[in-house]
Design a binder for this molecule. Sequence first.
Ligand SMILES: [Zn+2]
Length: 84
Amino acid sequence: MSEKYTGLKRIWAIHRKQYEDFREEYNRKRVRCPKCGELGNYNVIIVKSSFNPDKQDEYMDKDKCTCLKCGDTHIFHYRISEYK
Ligand SMILES: [Zn+2]
């Protein structure tokens, strides 16, 4: 029993590391409001989303963001890295 538990714990630890690395990059690409380009400065309502290490491309953070500058509401996934 303890052997199995240890194995599972190891997998969780690996997944968490994968998630943290992935999330760092993911966040870096989504620092601005997609409408006005405001950097940061938004309210957020957390919406639970699941992460599958084998399907990272399909990951979508559905947190609801409201830009404090222009009032736009969007989900976190659609925020942008640079305003053009
Ligand atoms: Zn905005």
